[in-house]
Design a protein around this ligand. Structure first.
Ligand code: PLP
Length: 223
């Protein structure tokens, strides 16, 4: 079954327009599987648990760009701050402050995305649109030299209703335009729209996503 990681990676890449970045979501999959994708040229991988990520980061090639895609607890930031390439799911000012603090300690500026909560499930994390506006209106982030807000991330509802998924992703895309115009009009780096996973990335591509996070479709089912 796992002889096909290389094939599946190629298939996924073939469906992505050139300006869309693939984050290969490797959580729960072993280092060998990551190396197989790496050998095909894949360099961006997504993980959602700090301990698992740190274990893998220690032994895998150093030119891998790791994205933290899960909910990040503030007390874990210090462990990933030295090497993380993008923290995708910032869902509070408190977390943003801690990332800034830890980044400055290691003389870095860490790229982050703000996570939006647009799904119908209560359990999903992220900022509502109003919370996101409030965070940006607060302006504290402008003084943070250790972080750079590069765009927005969201997860659509887990549903078979494609129209609902499309509505949520369209809201995210519209909100991106609003935020871009209001706060980042001159900031070229604010350009990431991270939505789309194995089951819904085709819809995401139609809704202006330029960063898809795909696990199962490449690495198979997680244990
Ligand atoms: C696990 C995960 C993914 C990948 O999900 P698949 O359905 O396996 O592609 C994408 N984004 C986040 C935030 C995840 O936690």
């Amino acid at each position: 079954m796992d002889v096909e990681i290389e094939e599946r990676l190629k298939e996924v890449l073939a469906t992505l327009p050139e300006d869309v970045e693939l984050v290969a979501v490797s959580k729960f999959h072993p280092e060998e599987d990551i190396l197989r994708a790496y050998c095909q040229g894949q360099r961006v991988f997504g993980e959602s648990r700090e301990q698992e990520l740190s274990r893998k980061q220690a032994v895998l090639p150093k030119d891998i760009r790791w994205h933290f895609i899960g909910h990040l607890q503030t007390n874990k930031v210090k462990y990933i701050a030295p090497y993380i390439s993008l923290i995708e799911a910032v869902d509070s000012l408190k977390l943003l402050r801690e990332i800034n603090r830890q980044a400055l300690k290691c003389d870095r500026r860490i790229d982050v995305l703000l996570e939006l909560h647009l799904a119908s499930e209560e359990t999903k994390s992220g900022l509502t649109l109003d919370e996101c506006r409030a965070l940006l209106d607060g302006g504290e982030w402008k003084e943070m030299e250790g972080v750079r807000i590069c765009g927005l991330m969201m997860m659509a509802s887990l549903t078979d209703d494609k129209e609902q998924i499309r509505r949520e992703m369209t809201s995210a895309a519209d909100f991106f335009d609003e935020v871009k115009a209001r706060y980042f009009a001159d900031a070229e780096y604010f350009n990431r729209r991270s939505w789309g996973m194995s089951d819904d990335y085709e819809i995401a591509l139609q809704c202006k996503s330029n960063m898809v996070r795909i696990g199962t479709k490449i690495f198979g089912t997680r244990q």
